[in-house]
Each structure stands twice: as C-alpha cells, then as structure tokens.
Design a protein around this ligand. Structure first.
Ligand SMILES: Cc1cc2nc3c(=O)[nH]c(=O)nc-3n(C[C@H](O)[C@H](O)[C@H](O)COP(=O)(O)OP(=O)(O)OC[C@H]3O[C@@H](n4cnc5c(N)ncnc54)[C@H](O)[C@@H]3O)c2cc1C
Ligand SMILES: *[C@@H]1O[C@H](CO)[C@@H](O)[C@H](O)[C@H]1NC(C)=O
Ligand SMILES: *[C@@H]1O[C@H](CO)[C@@H](O)[C@H](O)[C@H]1NC(C)=O
Length: 503
C-alpha cells in the first residue's frame, strides 16, 4: 500500500479527478438522450421493451443486473457516438462482451446504460498477414468456427461460450498458453473508443504504451471494439480431455502436479493441464485433470512430461475425451456445455509458487472450509484448482512485448469456484470463497511461497487485482490513464470492474 501511496503522490491530478464531485445525469435521462441520438435505429431498449429480457442475460444469474436501458451498437461508430454522449452528460454505464464475469456490476449495471457489444461480432481472416480480425462482442465458438476452414485458430477461451472482450482485456488463459503466452500477448492491435468518443488503433507501433496497458487493463482505458489477433496453426488434430483419479491417488497426483509445474509444461508446451478437484454435495472429493494436447495424441505414446498421468505412475487414471484427434472448437464447445450458463457461481483467486507441501495444505484448507452445512445447500458444488504458468509461457509474453500483469517468474494460479442454486445463499458462498482465499494466502505466506499477483479474470468481487501487478506496472498504467483518459471517464462513469489504483 505504501508504494502505491508514493506513486499517487506524484499525481495530484489523479486524486482530483476521482474527487471531481460532478453530478451524474439520471440514468432515465441518459437513456432518453441515447434514444434520441439513435432514434429509429432500434438499438436502445428500455426495461419495458420486448427485447430487454433476452438482451439482459449473464452467464451466471448471481451477476444479473437490471440496467435502466440496454444499448446494442452495430459498429465502432455507434460506440463512439454513445461514449461521446456519456462523457458530455456524465452518464454512468457498463460494458459487456460475453457477460461471463462472475461479479455483479462488472458487465452490468443497476442505474445506468449497459453497452452490449454482441452485435459487433464479425470475424475475418487475412491469409496474407496471417492475422484474424475479431469483433469484441464475438464468442470464441464463432471465432474458432470462422477460422478453422483456413487451418488456423487463435488463443481464446477454453470454454467457447466466453466473450472475446472481457477475456482478452483480462489476460486470457488458453489451451495454447504454454506455447504462446497469455491470449492478450497474441493481440496484434486493437481498435478502441476512448473517453469523449475518439477512436484510435493501438499496437506495438502505434500508441504502444497504451497497447501494453490494455493487456490486463480490463475496461479502464476505453471500449475496445475490434481485436486483430495473431493466429496459430490448426492443421494438426487437437485433443481435449479430462483424467479422473480416485482419492487414494491424491498424494501422488499432487507430486505429479508439482513436476508439471516445475518443468513439465516447458518440456512439452503442446500440453496443457488444469489440476482441479471438485466436491459435489455430500459426495467425496474427486480429482480431475483438465487437459489438452495440440497435435496427434495417444496416452500410450505421450511425452515423458505427461506420461505419468496415464501410465499408472499415478494410480487409477480414467480418460474422458471432449475431442479426440478433433478440433479446438469441439473441445471448447463441449466445455461450454459442461459449464453451461444459468447457474449461480462465484470465484476467488490467489497465486503461489509451486511447492508440494503447500499444494497439500491448500487442498486441506479447501476441504475443511467446505463444511457439511455448505454441502447441504441446494445444488452445491465447489471446485479448487491449480493452473501452472511456466517459463515458456512467460518467455512468449516477453517476446511479444509484455503486458500489464508484471509477472517475472513461473507461478501457479489457484482458484476456488463454488456453485449453488438459490439467491438466499449468495452471501454465504461469497464469504466461503473469501475465507478459502484468505486462509490459503496465509498458508502461502507462512511457506514463503506467496505471489501477490492475482489473475484478473478469476478475481472475486472483494479482491484487489491491479494493485498487485506491482509498482512499475501500476505506474505505467497510471501514466497512460492520465494520457488517454484524464477525466477518468472509465473509472467514474464505469463503476464496475477492477480499477487502477487512484482511479
Ligand atoms: C465457465 C467459465 C469458464 C472460463 N474459462 C476461462 C478460461 O479458460 N480462461 C480464462 O482466462 N478465463 C476463463 N474464464 C474467465 C473469463 O475470462 C472472464 O469471465 C472474462 O471476463 C469473460 O469475458 P467476457 O467477454 O464474457 O466478459 P464480460 O463479463 O462481458 O466482461 C468482463 C469485464 O471486461 C470488461 N469488458 C468486456 N468487454 C470489453 C471491451 N470490449 N472493452 C473494454 N472492456 C470490456 C467488462 O466491462 C467487464 O468488467 C471463464 C469464466 C467462466 C464463467
Ligand atoms: C487444411 O488442412 C486440410 C488437411 O490437412 C487440407 O486438406 C486443406 O486443404 C487445408 N485447407 C487450407 C485452406 O489450407
Ligand atoms: C489419434 O490418431 C493417432 C494416429 O492416427 C492414433 O494413434 C491415436 O490413437 C489417436 N488418438 C485418439 C485419442 O483417438
């Protein structure tokens, strides 16, 4: 905290902008001004319109909001006109791409306008440059589908129903991460609508500092309407599968996880593993590896880095394929069915440095906190997972110019994600999530294996994210905030999401 206070002292302006004290225009007035601006274009929908219900959907009903009206721009110019109006009139708004955020108010708003980007969803491919251009409101399933005829794909959601905009601005963990880094690192350029409505293109050669900031910068700089993405060859088959283990194998499985975290993912970067465990109701926990392989794959002939997960070294594996010698679209579509919309969820995250004893300790904390009272709640399920981020992943990030996240050495993303049925249980589930995270952080600190980084896309509603990118990164983000959004439109007028300290 001290270091951030120090940074902020250099920016009197920052403090002033957040203490501006300008009155917001009432959301009803904002919606009617927007209605006038887009008169006759059928792009502004009030609560009483027939379209509102189907437009007002979120992946989890736990994040459901009731915006005063919903705006569905058809293109960048529409977004620009709206942002200009919101800036001039001090109208509060939210930005939504796929609406997969777990946190209420991040991609929705109660008193304000929701910009839903879902109509900005064009996907095109330029075989000359090898770049794909993707509308920010697309879903990954459509992106994968449009690109597969060209035998290429992009780094996107492991669940194909995710939106492009939130995922990429939050970093993005894809099945190709060990080969190519964060999905955001594979952005070639963006088209972004800044405060006041100005539209610019940012890339490694144009507005390069802003470009770096938006990779992990969420909705703090503007509304991104288009992403131009580097592609990856998809002419080889793609395999996606889960491997289940009996509880008696947990200790050797965690030892295997440790090996994969500390070298395995670098030795075979075409592989990808999430080490997850789940508890459903009163049933015993289950260990489930979520895996993929980019290329022809067979358990019998797999590389030494991943063979222990199939050859009996860790006893009792059962493999379930989502895509066997198939495509990225098949695998991720299958996961979008398994993690279907419509159920209450929340999420929390921390990061650690790999350590076998700590893995065991964190798993015990998660089990202890998952009390019989919680397990008895209608529809209860909880997932706890380790996601290794290895050195090849980080080297790919660096080779592509880096991002906002400020990560310097391999680590492990940890998350807890409960699911339940009833709104009355929301607060208890959030408290449970916060408790698991806080105890795990404490244990990681005690073991001297704590990383302060927190992955934005898995951030819980009560967590600080951007602060933990570290002082140099936060400073860069603040400087560029002042340069590109000096009136803090995307902080003051867009209340939802993870914000830059001081804004
Ligand atoms: C079932 C499930 C599976 C997931 N799997 C993965 C995974 O494999 N890898 C991973 O990395 N993450 C994963 N996530 C997390 C996911 O990346 C985030 O939820 C992400 O925000 C989803 O993107 P979205 O466009 O749907 O987000 P939204 O909910 O639409 O938006 C999230 C945030 O981003 C902002 N935002 C959205 N679009 C824009 C834009 N165009 N310009 C500026 N700001 C914008 C919003 O204002 C909001 O604050 C998963 C989430 C779920 C629910
Ligand atoms: C894609 O790959 C398949 C199989 O390798 C091949 O038959 C096809 O011609 C390729 N398509 C393009 C557009 O390169
Ligand atoms: C994929 O194809 C290869 C070679 O054609 C085969 O040996 C292997 O068993 C297949 N894998 C799966 C999971 O079907």
């Amino acid at each position: 905290m001290l270091s951030h206070a120090a940074i902020l002292l250099g920016f009197g302006l920052v403090l002033q902008t957040s203490a501006f004290g300008i009155q917001f225009t009432s959301p009803t007035t904002c919606c009617s001004l927007l209605g006038t601006e887009f008169n006759g274009e059928s792009k502004v929908f009030s609560v009483t319109s027939t379209e509102y219900g189907s437009l007002n959907t979120y992946w989890t009903p736990a994040a459901q909001q009731t915006p005063t009206c919903i705006f569905t721009p058809a293109d960048t110019q529409d977004v620009s006109r709206a942002v200009k109006l919101f800036t001039r009139k001090n109208c509060q708004f939210a930005i939504r791409s796929g609406g997969h955020s777990y946190n209420p108010g991040w991609a929705g708003i109660v008193n304000g306008v929701l910009i839903s980007l879902s109509d900005i969803d064009d996907v095109t491919y330029d075989s000359g440059t090898g770049l794909a251009s993707v509308g920010a409101g697309s879903r990954w399933t459509n992106v994968y589908e449009a690109l597969l005829p060209y035998n290429v794909t992009v780094l996107g959601g492991r669940n194909s129903n995710l939106g492009v905009g939130g995922y990429l601005t939050g970093g993005g963990i894809s099945f190709y991460a060990n080969e190519r880094g964060w999905a955001a690192d594979n952005i070639h350029s963006v088209e972004i609508v800044l405060a006041g409505g100005k539209v610019i293109t940012a890339s490694r050669t144009q507005h390069s500092e802003l470009f770096r900031c938006i990779k992990g910068g969420s909705n703090n700089y503007g509304v991104i309407t288009k992403f131009v993405l580097e592609t990856i060859d998809a002419s080889n088959p793609f395999n996606g599968f889960a491997v289940d283990f009996p509880p008696t194998s947990t200790d050797s499985l965690l030892a295997g996880a440790y090996n994969y975290c500390t070298g395995g993912s670098d030795a075979d970067p075409k592989s990808h593993i999430i080490f997850a465990a789940a508890i459903t109701g009163n049933l015993p926990y289950r260990d489930v590896l979520l895996m993929s392989y980019n290329g022809v794959f067979d358990t019998a002939s797999s590389s030494p880095a991943i063979r222990p997960f199939f050859d009996g070294t860790i006893p009792g594996p059962t493999v379930r394929y989502f895509a066997s010698n198939g495509t990225i679209k098949q695998a991720t579509d299958r996961l979008s069915v398994i993690q279907a919309p419509g159920t209450r969820y929340t999420m929390g995250t921390l990061s650690i440095y790999a350590d076998l004893e700590l893995f065991k300790t964190l798993r015990s904390i998660w089990q202890e906190e998952t009390t019989s009272t919680l397990r008895a709640k209608s529809g209860f399920m909880t997932e706890f997972a380790f996601q290794p981020v290895g050195s090849k992943w980080l080297a790919s990030s660096a080779a592509r110019g880096g991002n906002s996240m400020g990560i310097t050495r391999p680590f492990v993303v940890v998350w807890v994600q409960p699911r339940w049925d009833l709104a009355v249980d929301d607060a208890e589930m959030v408290a449970y999530t916060d408790r698991v995270i806080s105890r795990c952080e404490q244990a990681a600190k005690t073991a001297n294996k704590f990383s302060k980084f927190k992955y934005l896309n898995y951030g819980g509603r009560n967590q600080e994210i951007i602060t933990h990118y570290g002082a140099p990164s936060v400073l860069r983000m603040q400087i560029n905030k002042l340069r590109y959004d000096p009136l803090n439109v995307f902080g003051r007028l867009v209340p939802g999401g993870f914000k830059i300290p001081g804004f």
